[in-house]
Structures are given as C-alpha cells and as structure tokens.
Design a protein around this ligand. Structure first.
Ligand SMILES: [Fe+2]
Length: 280
C-alpha cells in the first residue's frame, strides 16, 4: 500500500513564475509525471495544502488540470495560502469534498483510512482546527477503530526550530494531541507548511512534514532567522503501509540525477565476494 504526499505546490498558472523565479507549474507537473511513470504507482495521492500561492481563480483552474492527470485517486486539503471556496470548487472532482464548511473528509484507500483536516483561517498564516472539527475527528476515529489511519493537515502540530515558521504553526495542537491520543490506530500524521522534510511526534504518533515540491524554506535554526526560500532539490513523500511494518515514509527526489548504477561497478568486492568464497 503506497500513499504519495505532495505538499505546498504554491501553484501559479503555466507561464507565471512565483517570485519571478520559481516554476511552480513545471514543478508540480514533473512530480505528477514522475508518479505516473513510476514502477511504484501509489494507491492514493494526498496533497497537504498551499495548493496555490495567491488564491487566484486561474491558478485553481491550473491546479485542477494538473491533479486530474494523476492516475491515482487524489485527496487534498487547503493551506494558509488557499481560499476555501475556490479550493472546494477546484477539488470537486475528487468526490470527497463537502459542499459547505471545512474541507475535511475521511476516505478509505485500501486497508488504510485517510482523514484530511482543514486548518485554514482565511487571510491568516497560522492554522487552527477548532472544537467542532476536532469533535468530528474524534467521531471519525471512534467509528473505525480497526483501520490503520493516516491523518493529514497543512499546519504541523509541533515546533520545528525554524522560528518564523513555528510562529505560524497549528495553534490548537494540544487539543489535537488529546484526540489522537484516545485512538491507538492513528499510525501517521502528515503535514506541509514548512517546505522541508522534518520528523517529530505528537504523543506517541509520528508526524512528518513533507519537502517542498517546488521551493524549500531555508534551513536556519537561528532564533532571529529571516524568512527566506531556496531552490533545494524538490521532492515528494511515499508512505508505505503494510500490516507487518505499519507506516514507513520515504522521501523521493524527482529531478534528473543521472542513471542508477549497481554498487558492484564501483565497489568490485560487492557481488564478487560470494563467488570468491565459493571458489576457495
Ligand atoms: Fe507553503
């Protein structure tokens, strides 16, 4: 069971570069093409917010066009850069987005239950789930206690050490932790927002933030670090689930890094050792 996670595409329509530099359209297109061409085709793709950068209608139209190219079912939630009603319309094709209210849902992807949460407060950079949505989450988790569950939400519920991003993280993470802690079948929480792969936990549950699919936040742990972006290698995550292992997360780079080569080509002892042992 493979669930791909793309996060923070910050899409602009084709031909428009974010900050005058970042080809967000090309980045998301390359990620989708890579997933579709992979030998490890995912069973589902989750997109964890900041779907577009400026909340423009033409950007959402481009988003729909690209996400519909995925050969796997798509499940997406908004981030702080999104506008809820535009997002609802853009994601209508997924078939799981409610007609009104928060863009949250629960869906089965094979044996895994996916729960997407809406942490967007429009025109605010930080995230909030709220009591009503947390009560809904509690009900959803209680209704399917035997399903291994992946919860995804844009804003991470922990501090990363990157100060300017921590200032705008999820503001009711303690309340989320209390709900998650009641249900032992949540195996992974997947987030976006920080544009870097970062791992922590919420109570006993692992939390992973996905890398930027277009641009990264600069890695700087200084308390007064300025907010900056950088074009580090774009990537997405693949969450593999099996009954034996639970969730195991891999980071997948989709740029051109040359051909794969066997280790034995550069390390002759690998691959020949058994032969020499047998002949001795
Ligand atoms: Fe973002």
């Amino acid at each position: 069971m493979l669930i791909a996670q793309i996060t923070d595409p910050h899409l602009r329509a084709e031909g428009t570069r974010l900050f005058g530099v970042v080809d967000t359209y090309g980045a998301l297109k390359r990620a989708i093409d890579h997933l579709n061409a992979s030998d490890m085709i995912p069973d589902a793709v989750i997109v964890s917010g900041d779907l577009v950068h400026d909340g423009e209608a033409e950007d959402y139209a481009a988003l729909t066009g690209l996400l519909q190219q995925l050969s796997a079912p798509v499940f997406a939630v908004p981030g702080n850069h999104d506008r809820r009603e535009f997002t609802r319309k853009a994601l209508a094709f997924t078939g799981v987005v409610p007609d009104a209210g928060p863009i949250r849902f629960a869906a089965d992807a094979g044996p895994v239950r996916l729960i997407g949460l809406d942490s967007l407060i429009e025109n605010q950079p930080h995230g909030h789930l709220g009591g009503e949505q947390l009560a809904w989450l509690d009900d959803q988790l209680a209704a399917n206690p035997d399903s291994p569950t992946l919860v995804f939400v844009h804003h991470p519920p922990f501090a990363t050490g990157i100060g300017f991003m921590d200032a705008i993280r999820l503001d009711d993470s303690d309340a989320l932790a209390a709900i998650i802690g009641k249900h032992g079948h949540v195996g992974l929480i997947a987030c976006g927002h920080v544009h870097r792969m970062i791992v922590s936990r919420l109570g006993a549950v692992p939390v992973v933030i996905g890398p930027g699919v277009a641009h990264h936040v600069v890695f700087d742990l200084a308390a007064d670090a300025p907010s900056r972006w950088i074009l580090e290698p774009p990537a997405y995550l693949l969450h593999r689930w099996s009954a034996e292992t639970g969730f195991v997360t891999h980071q997948v780079f989709f740029g051109d890094y040359g051909a794969a080569a066997p280790f034995s080509k550069h390390h002759p002892r690998i691959g020949t050792q058994r032969q020499s042992t047998n002949s001795s």
